[in-house]
Write a protein that binds this ligand. Structure first.
Ligand code: DLZ
Length: 163
């Protein structure tokens, strides 16, 4: 599970499907904005790099990571998207809040994937401190937003090949 072995922005471009006619929602949590705004920037730049049209990206914000699943559901129900990328950052604090938020957002995103038969991508950092988060939001371990965008394009393509 360690990202010491893998840079989050490392992928083989030839393995990433083109996103020309793809429409993607992105939901960003406002907590830890230095981190989550970098995640959003990474995701958007990667989608554009692989051919997604700027006008085909629906970008919305929610207060915190706990609200990501409902934010994603609002986007899905508002119109046609092929995938939604959920971006957040939960940092361990002194109380058990961390555990409940992580559990809630993880379970919520899994349920949305299965309920809507749509890729809802888990781009949420869960770290011990802000330094670890920044390292994974465009720092020395790459950008989880890039990884999430690549995962979205791959899952959209996978769905197409199964239809
Ligand atoms: C309350 C809270 C705390 C303590 N920590 C974080 C965090 O590290 N990352 C995050 O995205 N959100 C945090 N939140 C806010 C919750 O996700 C949620 O927005 C509130 O509990 C309101 O439902």
């Amino acid at each position: 599970m360690s990202s010491k072995l893998k840079n989050l922005s490392d992928y083989k471009p030839q393995d990433v499907p083109n996103g020309k006619n793809v429409r993607i929602g992105i939901v960003v949590a406002e907590w830890n904005p230095d981190v989550t705004n970098s995640l959003a920037e990474g995701a958007i730049n990667t989608l554009l790099k692989f051919g997604v049209n700027e006008n085909s990206i629906v970008l919305k914000y929610v207060p915190g990571s706990f609200e990501l699943p409902l934010g994603a559901q609002f986007i899905i129900e508002a119109g046609k998207v092929d995938a939604v990328i959920c971006l957040g950052c939960v940092i361990q604090g002194e109380t058990r809040h961390f555990d409940f938020i992580c559990q809630g957002v993880t379970q919520g995103i899994i349920e949305l994937n299965l309920k809507y038969d749509l890729p809802i991508i888990f781009g949420v950092l869960t770290t011990n401190n802000q330094e670890q988060a920044l390292d994974r939001a465009g720092g020395k371990h790459g950008n989880k937003g890039d990884e999430a965008a690549v995962a979205a394009l791959k899952m959209i393509e996978l769905k197409k090949t199964c239809e």
